[in-house]
Design a protein around this ligand. Sequence first.
Ligand code: ADP
Ligand code: MG
Length: 253
Amino acid sequence: PQPGELLLDVDKVRKQFGGLVAVNDVSFQIRAGEIIGLIGPNGAGKSTTFNLISGVLPLSSGAVSFRGQAVGGLASREIARRGMSRTFQHVKMIPDMTVLENVALGGYLRSQSSTARAMLRLDREEEKRLFAEAERQLQRIGMGDKMFELAGNLALGPQRLMEIARALCTDPALLLLDEPAAGLRHKEKQALAEVLRQLKREGMSILLVEHDMEFVMGLTDRIVVMEFGTKLIEGTPAEVQASPAVRAAYLGT
Ligand code: ADP
Ligand code: MG
């Protein structure tokens, strides 16, 4: 994508679970090269919004466009194929496989239209390509020295980086990260932030759901704040920090 290109257009998306409106006509946009934060108190609708964008949940109404094309109603795998790649809040890995194998396997499953087909079509060339790509992405985010460790032996910080490497294997234009800093120690958060800044310098665009205010403030270009399913405010970190409504909703002060 060209810098500044409109990548993601979230237009009045809505999700109802029975009588509960979890996401209430929320709109925002992401341009190429931006890091956008999505924050708000527990139950505000952040994860649901994320699931609507990535095709994990169907929309009740509204529209999502990615690079000018409507993606609402598409399967998450198809959306991923078009260049939107996500991580999940809880790390998904096979603990007794190496970091490299975990990343390669992730890239493998993401690149196939079904797991069963993936199993049947395992050929040498494809395997080599996947491992080379996994290694390239691990080197890219500074995990080259941990490639041959067992994934289950990694601390939480490196596990989250492993997930990001896996998401990068499909060469996405937009990276969606669900609470990447949750539970990390201060040093791990700093390392994660540095990796995300580096990806941004390389032209990557990132949407991150996050709980940790300090982490989001220091990293993002713009922040969307949600409360009770609606968008409360959108602005620069400084604007959001100065907003009395945000302080009331998010910080409870
Ligand atoms: P957040 O990620 O901001 O904490 P969520 O998007 O997880 O918020 O949840 C928003 C609201 O929707 C909450 O009230 C939650 O209980 C409800 N909710 C989320 N997923 C479901 C579901 N699958 N079925 C019913 N209610 C749900
Ligand atoms: Mg959530």
